[in-house]
Write a protein that binds this ligand. Structure first.
Ligand SMILES: [Zn+2]
Length: 463
């Protein structure tokens, strides 16, 4: 109780001082008073906890699953995007508990970075663990992908009895994590019309985990995610239990997926775009199914889903429509760029690169991003953030004419310039790294275009 009260007082003070939503500090304080507080609180979740991990898509997958579960009348407690270290999870539980220690929720839904997963699993014993994908990300923080996979594998193997792993069948490294586990649900895409013939630049994990032979890819959806098999025949893409048999992307506005689990088929219409989001949808539906929600009910629930903050969040900037697309690593960047250009017909961009700890201090990863995609598409690009000049150099090597690139350091001016340079009927595509996104959102929030991130949703701002 002392730990809980200390945490809740910290949260109140933090909000009172307008220090943001108090997303992790109450967790730090509570854990300092009682290191077992998270375990104690999580015992009162009568339907257990779900943990989402992986490089990209954690926030959206967790938000989709939360939306599905709440539509079934289940009360969820979830950590906020970005607060996905163990302190953020603790803070979420402390904030949700009453002063008398009652947790007014049935099910916990937590996104966690790969390195913190083993510890979280030990503390809360989740019933379900979702792994979205594994890409190179912030090497200065987590080291190589193999190390990351080993962290997750350890958590899955040592996890509580009865844990269900919900895995992306189309990412070879993630699929391999399910090897020999008693309860695995695979999710994937089975729309051959969207498969591309070759691996894109900077793709990871192209080797068989059993024998080390290079995989043969029958096709990829993006990066190293697709349909693959080992030429020696000892490992192949698992057949998905829950699959999207067709994915139709309609601009930036929405996409339609036909989802099947063999027994049931249902159509999902959702205000998201991009193939990477198709994965988030099938993974969320697969996890919901593992929690007893039939596919058709999940599909129906997703009709009124609203994107999580900074993930395809829409707003208006000086009368121009804008979309925020968080882009924090090469694969994520490639996919949001591709989505903006291919499906959003994007020509006006604001790209913001920061190099704080949460972004990764080393920004050399921008050389793995396929900015060459912008060469024919971009009419105007505002670059901003701590490392705007690095970004400008990168764009120069992508052969984007210098007169289409503008460096603007101040956030508000950058937004204004991007808006002023956008033609009528066009959308501004804002692609920030993590802390750049928080800072840009803070400006947009002060201007009334968005709600503070701890309140969750974007305001439906009309001009
Ligand atoms: Zn092999």
């Amino acid at each position: 109780m002392a730990a809980l009260w200390a945490g809740k007082l910290t949260a109140s003070l933090s909000r009172g001082l307008r220090r943001g939503g108090g997303t992790t500090l109450p967790g730090d304080v509570s854990r300092w008073v009682d290191p077992k507080i998270l375990t104690t609180l999580s015992r009162s979740l009568d339907q257990g906890a779900v943990v989402v991990t992986g490089t990209n898509g954690k926030t959206t997958t967790a938000a989709l699953l939360r939306h599905i579960l709440e539509a079934q009348g289940r009360r969820t407690v979830a950590n906020q995007a970005g607060a996905n270290l163990i302190y953020g999870v603790t803070a979420a539980m402390v904030n949700r508990a009453t002063w008398s220690g009652r947790l007014n929720a049935n099910v916990g839904l937590f996104e966690i970075d790969e390195a913190s997963l083993p510890r979280l699993v030990q503390e809360i014993a989740p019933g379900t663990i979702i792994v979205t994908n594994l890409f190179r990300d912030q090497l200065d923080r987590y080291g190589e992908l193999e190390t990351t996979a080993a962290h997750i594998r350890r958590a899955l193997v040592k996890g509580p009895e009865g844990v269900t792993a919900v895995l992306n069948a189309d990412d070879p490294m993630v699929a391999a994590l399910g090897d020999g586990l008693p309860r695995v649900v695979y999710a994937g895409l089975d729309d051959p019309t969207l498969l591309q013939p070759e691996l894109s630049h900077g793709a990871d994990a192209k080797f068989c985990p059993r024998c080390g032979s290079p995989f043969v890819f029958d096709g990829v959806y993006f990066g190293h995610v697709g349909h693959y098999h080992c030429p020696r025949g000892d490992f192949a893409r698992p057949s998905p239990d829950v699959r999207a048999t067709s994915v139709a992307i309609e601009g930036m506005e929405r996409m339609r997926l036909r989802i099947s689990d063999g027994a049931q088929e249902a159509d999902v219409v959702i205000p998201l775009s991009g193939l990477y989001n198709a994965y988030n949808v099938v993974l969320a539906i697969a996890a919901a199914r593992a929690l007893g929600v039939p596919v058709a009910r999940s599909a129906a629930a997703l009709r009124d889903f609203t994107p999580a903050f900074g993930r395809m969040e829409r707003t208006m900037i000086d009368g121009r429509p804008a979309v925020l697309l968080l882009a924090k690593n090469p694969t994520g960047f490639n996919e949001v760029l591709r989505t903006a250009i291919q499906f959003g017909k994007g020509s006006s961009f604001l790209i913001a690169l920061n190099d704080r700890i949460a972004d990764g201090r080393d920004v050399s990863w921008i050389w793995d991003v396929n900015f060459e995609q912008l060469k024919d598409a971009a009419v105007h690009i505002v670059v901003s953030g701590d490392r705007a000049h690095d970004l400008r150099v990168r764009l120069k090597y992508a052969e984007i004419p210098a007169d289409r690139i503008e460096v603007v350091s101040d956030w508000r001016s950058a937004l204004k310039r991007a808006s002023a340079s956008t033609a009528d009927g066009q959308t501004i595509f804002i692609l920030p790294t993590y802390t750049a996104m928080l800072e840009l959102r803070a400006v947009l929030t002060r201007d009334g275009a968005l709600q503070p991130y701890w309140q969750g949703r974007a305001v439906d701002a009309k001009p």
